[in-house]
Ligand binder design. Structure first.
Ligand SMILES: CC(C)(COP(=O)(O)OP(=O)(O)OC[C@H]1O[C@@H](n2cnc3c(N)ncnc32)[C@H](O)[C@@H]1OP(=O)(O)O)[C@@H](O)C(=O)NCCC(=O)NCCS
Length: 197
């Protein structure tokens, strides 16, 4: 075993967990899960069967990652944030064949106690503020807050707001790295001139 597992954690047979990952107190990982390298699963995290977690993701305490949730590399899941996989659950109606996929792209952050309604994609390096309820696709680098979540700005890879309007044309550099961010229409792209990240 080339990852750390606290003695109170349960990792079911068949689960794939990459080198250098850390599985903390009272975690349960189901047998079908695929977890990359350098991942941290905080206290009381649950990971379902049909789940993929990319390298270097950080999952804070009390997060359940249910079936049909897919996290790319470097995703941050804040404490007690909530994923879902059934859009309209009813205890008396079986909807196990109606799970909707939720995809979180590389580098995105999901703030403490936020809720992600299933069936959506959160773009690269998007940032969901604490307590937000996200029920629509989120563009790359977008900063989303509130219930329902609305975009209030753009967030750099470094994790600071970019001085750009929500739409139009613009370009701005990061004060901490060599990255430049280009706004065209409703989307931001990043050029890493000389990446320090
Ligand atoms: C989004 C965040 C990073 C702040 O970013 P920021 O660029 O400093 O933004 P500001 O604080 O200037 O806020 C801009 C506006 O959005 C509002 N806002 C910020 N975060 C908010 C949130 N989570 N929910 C609702 N509104 C929020 C502010 O009140 C402010 O509104 P105003 O202009 O009417 O005063 C921070 O509020 C946040 O939610 N961080 C997540 C913390 C977390 O979950 N950590 C987990 C690990 S412990």
């Amino acid at each position: 075993m080339n990852y750390f597992k606290h003695e109170s954690a349960i990792v079911d047979d068949g689960a794939q967990i990459g080198e250098g990952s850390r599985v903390w107190h009272f975690v349960h990982v189901c047998g079908g899960a695929t977890i990359g390298k350098g991942v941290s699963l905080g206290q009381n995290v649950f990971v379902g069967n049909k789940v993929e977690i990319g390298d270097n993701c950080k999952v804070q305490n009390n997060v359940s990652i249910y079936d049909n949730v897919y996290l790319e590399e470097g995703v941050f899941c804040g404490p007690s944030m909530v994923f879902t996989n059934v859009y309209n659950p009813r205890s008396l109606i079986d909807r196990k064949d109606q799970y909707l996929d939720t995809r979180v792209k590389r580098g995105a952050s999901l703030g403490a106690n936020c809720t992600i309604v299933c069936g959506i994609t959160i773009g690269e390096y998007a940032f969901v503020g604490a307590g937000a309820v996200v029920n629509k696709d989120v563009p790359a680098y977008a900063l989303m807050v509130g219930v329902p979540a609305k975009q209030i700005g753009w967030m750099s890879k470094y994790g600071e707001q970019l001085d750009l309007p929500l739409s139009g044309d613009g370009e701005v550099g990061c004060a901490h790295t060599e990255s430049r961010y280009i706004l065209k229409g409703n989307g931001v792209t990043c050029i890493d001139v000389k990446s320090k990240e």
